[in-house]
Design a protein around this ligand. Structure first.
Ligand code: NDP
Length: 274
């Protein structure tokens, strides 16, 4: 079936997650509330925040202000590195949940595979899932190595692994691994933070399909089965980034974009995270 902005993917903890959402890193105050409100008004139903972004209050305010049924909007937040460990993670979650003020959190992620206490943090997230305080739990910036470690210690498979993913950091091994375990891969910095939107190959594909480079990168992600969370503070770009459901990249262009793989991280590189 053809995807739309309303399409969702099934999560292994039950429930479904929209295939496209708004990332809100670096959005604060009125700008954040307005951008989130605009996105929700335009049909976005997934908002990606984190304790570390310092804008959970704005996310909660914007979601409440739009007045959609709570269950229509999917909100993700994340456990920051300073809050690892069983009790600290539970406390950090409670604080995030209070700042959001939206009841159960749809998806709670471990933001980064911090060394030593991440297994205890995962146990805390399992507890929150069991209590129904989160509807799904997952991880972020986990490589195959980090996922194997987690799965060796726990029977609860993460619903989601949120990692940087775009053609320049394309990682088919990680995608195949996650697919095999039923883990949805969510692409952060899907627009390379804007750093590679002028790349000649991306521009040539964009010209060919009569779309913008940003739309080509997002469409590439959709056709790889990724959930994507582009960030923009601007209404016209929020709209542009959602106009990716009415065209398709031919297989040859997908292959061309796959070929841009060069391990370029616009954000963090967790490859060597111990
Ligand atoms: P993105 O790849 O989404 O790029 C955002 C940048 O691109 C902004 O500067 C934005 O500017 C610009 N932009 C947006 N749309 C367009 C467009 N159509 N044309 C040209 N430029 C555009 O970067 P992010 O790093 O913000 O990643 C997205 C989200 O992923 C984050 O906001 C966050 O929620 C999440 N994330 C998670 C991480 C993790 O460790 N789990 C790490 C990094 C991000 P403007 O706002 O002015 O439009």
């Amino acid at each position: 079936m053809d995807l739309t902005l309303q399409s969702r993917v099934r999560l292994n903890h039950g429930g479904e997650m929209p295939v496209l959402g708004l990332g809100v890193w670096n959005l604060h105050g009125r700008t954040a509330v307005q951008a989130i409100g605009y996105a929700l008004g335009h049909g976005y139903r997934l908002i990606d925040t984190a304790a570390m972004y310092g804008n959970e209050r704005e996310v909660g305010e914007a979601v409440r202000a739009v007045g959609l049924p709570r269950d229509d909007v999917f909100v993700t937040t994340k456990l920051w590195n300073s809050d690892h460990g069983y009790e600290p993670a539970l406390e950090a979650f409670t604080e995030s949940q209070e700042r959001l003020g939206l009841g159960p959190v749809d998806l709670y992620l471990i933001h980064w595979p911090a060394p030593r206490r991440r297994a205890e943090s995962w146990r805390a997230l399992e507890h929150l899932l069991g209590e129904g305080q989160c509807r799904a739990i997952g991880v972020s910036n986990y490589t195959v190595r980090h996922l194997e470690e987690l799965l060796a210690q726990s029977s609860v498979v993460p619903a989601v692994n949120q990692v940087e993913m775009h053609p320049f950091v394309y990682d088919p091994e990680l995608l195949a691994y996650c697919k095999g375990k039923g883990i949805v891969v969510e692409a952060y910095s899907p627009l390379t933070r804007g750093n590679r939107l002028r790349d000649a190959t991306v521009a040539a594909v964009a010209m060919k399909v009569a779309r913008t480079p940003a739309q080509v990168l997002l469409r590439w992600g959709l056709q790889h089965g990724l959930v994507s969370i582009p960030k923009s503070a601007r209404s016209e770009r929020i709209e542009e980034n959602a106009r990716v459901f009415d065209f398709e990249l031919p297989a040859e262009d997908m292959a061309t974009l796959d070929g841009l793989r060069e391990g370029y991280h616009a954000s963090w590189d967790p490859t060597d995270a111990p």
